[in-house]
Design a protein around this ligand. Structure first.
Ligand code: FAD
Length: 495
């Protein structure tokens, strides 16, 4: 609706306007954002608080001092990768559309279709050097403030802190603080660093250990332990299997199974699946709006498992387990500690709002944008399409609807979620709609959308994981034709 794309080849096109753009983060999103912005003629500076590109894919064997990462002033470790991590998507599906993630003919590189994390980092480093991105990245530089310039609509102040070695006094690091004005800011700071923790009644007196999966690296330390993993998505899937190799028992809780669930995991004699702890979900929020405070307490008690001082944990299926450790595999929060929009953009119930198509806050568009918020997606191609769109809108070659129209669209979207009982925290969960979303972005940019082989290979990998969870990474069959199609397509970019 009202999203006229002005074709790039149209003779009436106005000249492209070059903007001075700050990109925050040099992970996969920031790298492709920089490339797309520069291709469109913008003048780009990338801020990266680490000393290298890659973001999440820069494995760090160290963990944060507080295993639950609750202290807001803790020394941050950005990446949540564990040592054994292999991708959960085939590399052909995972890579950028026009910079395929193909196996390199080099014995030192990981050739597998679901490679280890180091191979993804090397791929992102290759991407950065291919497009000369490292030259425009300010490493060791953390953005600490982004806010609109007073009385100068559309301009942004970016304050950053650069780590400098104190060679004179040799006392470690000092900081150089800098403040600059930009036309636009593109936020690519990732969303897998700020853990979300499950609330469990009685946990304060529970004597066992607790940690978040953000701080898990290896199964060492889990020998003969009884571990409870809260949550059953990707990290829990991998961690439960790895820990089960050394632990006495592993209990996984899932919120998408019936309350009475108690199942031994096929192929293991020490992993059990239980029904899930319920967090403050949509149903809770819905009740919360109507219920009295007494009733609220009751609802919470009915929904949530409990932990006791004797080390036992009671599940909603009635089972009681005496456990040594609880690992919260409960995901992450969107977190923009540097952003001050005078309350225009908020994070409420893990919904970043209001955002038009998960990217632009209507009244601040296109001068502020967010890349990579959607989850349950194939991230890299989505980042590529989002950033093409942002770059084209900033140069004046792609038109946005008016702020009012965008706001109407956002409101209608939130109403649709509400009508379908979808809780706020799932606002950016695209799942089955992801390719439709990608193709919508592509249509705005006038570029090809997601390839059919990519969609089909993604579906095939998902099915394979369900059917043969232990071996899907090494024995993915039924997709030989799709691999051929993918490589035929890649020739466009590699020959
Ligand atoms: P990040 O990679 O997190 O990069 C953000 C960057 O911003 C970082 O370099 C950070 O240092 C920097 N930064 C943050 N704040 C500031 C600041 N204030 N100032 C300056 N710099 C800042 N995706 C897949 O496609 N396949 C997989 O198999 C897969 N497995 C995953 C496994 C795990 C455990 C996790 C956590 C994620 C996985 N993902 C996977 C998703 C992955 O997050 C995305 O693929 C992608 O790497 C995210 O890129 P990003 O650029 O959005 O964020």
């Amino acid at each position: 609706r009202n999203n006229k794309h002005l074709s790039m080849s149209s003779p009436q096109l106005p000249p492209k306007i070059s903007r001075h753009v700050a990109v925050i983060g040099a992970g996969a999103a920031g790298l492709v954002a920089s490339r797309e912005l520069r291709r469109e003629g913008h003048d780009v500076v990338v801020f990266e608080r680490d000393n290298q590109v890659g973001g999440t894919w820069v494995y760090n064997p160290r963990v944060e001092p507080d295993p639950l990462s609750l202290d807001p002033n803790r020394r941050l470790i950005h990446s949540s990768l564990y040592r054994s991590l292999r991708t959960n998507l085939p590399r052909e599906v995972m890579g950028f559309k026009d910079y395929p993630f193909i196996a390199k003919n080099d014995k030192k590189r990981d050739q597998r279709r679901f490679p280890g994390h180091q191979e993804v980092l090397l791929y992102l480093q290759d991407f950065a050097s291919e497009f000369g991105i490292a030259e425009i990245v300010r490493f060791d530089t953390e953005v600490v403030h982004v806010g609109p310039v007073k009385d100068n609509i559309g301009k942004w102040t970016v304050r950053s802190k650069r780590k400098i070695r104190d060679d004179v006094r040799e006392v470690g690091f000092g900081f150089d603080v800098d403040e600059e004005i930009y036309d636009a800011v593109v936020i690519c700071n990732g969303h897998y660093t700020e853990p979300r923790i499950a609330q469990i009644p009685g946990i304060s007196s529970w004597p066992g250990k607790q940690m978040h999966s953000h701080n898990y690296r290896t199964p060492e330390g889990f020998q003969d332990q009884v571990a409870i993993l809260i949550g059953s998505s990707a990290s829990s899937f991998d961690l439960s299997r790895e820990i089960a190799g050394v632990a006495k028992e592993v209990h996984v809780t899932s919120r998408s199974v019936a309350d009475e669930t108690y199942q031994e995991q096929p192929g293991f004699d020490n992993i059990w699946l239980h029904s899930m702890v319920k967090e403050l979900t949509w149903s809770y929020e819905k009740f919360a709006r109507r219920a009295s405070s007494k009733m609220l307490v009751f609802i919470k008690m009915m929904q949530i498992e409990s932990a006791h001082a004797d080390g036992s944990v009671v599940f909603r299926n009635g089972r009681v387990v005496v456990a040594d450790i609880i690992i919260h595999c409960t995901g992450y929060k969107y977190h923009f500690p540097f952003l001050d929009t005078n309350g225009i953009v908020t994070v409420d119930g893990n919904r970043v709002a209001p955002l038009y198509k998960h990217v632009f806050p209507p009244v601040l568009a296109p001068w502020l944008s967010f890349v990579g918020l959607p989850w349950k997606v194939v991230p890299f191609p989505l980042f590529e399409l989002q950033t093409k769109w942002i770059a084209g809108v900033l140069s004046g070659h792609i038109a946005l609807p008016t702020p009012e129209e965008m706001m109407e669209d956002v409101k209608a979207f939130y109403l649709t979620l509400e009508a379908s009982n979808i809780p706020k925290y799932r606002t950016h969960n695209l799942g089955v709609c992801q390719f439709e979303y990608d193709n919508w972005l592509a249509s705005q940019c006038g570029c090809p959308g997601i390839e059919e082989w990519r969609e089909q290979m993604y579906d095939a990998a998902g099915k394979s994981k369900l059917l043969r969870p232990e071996i899907y990474r090494d024995e993915l069959d039924d997709d030989d034709d799709l691999v051929l199609e993918a490589y035929a397509d890649f020739k466009k970019y590699t020959s």
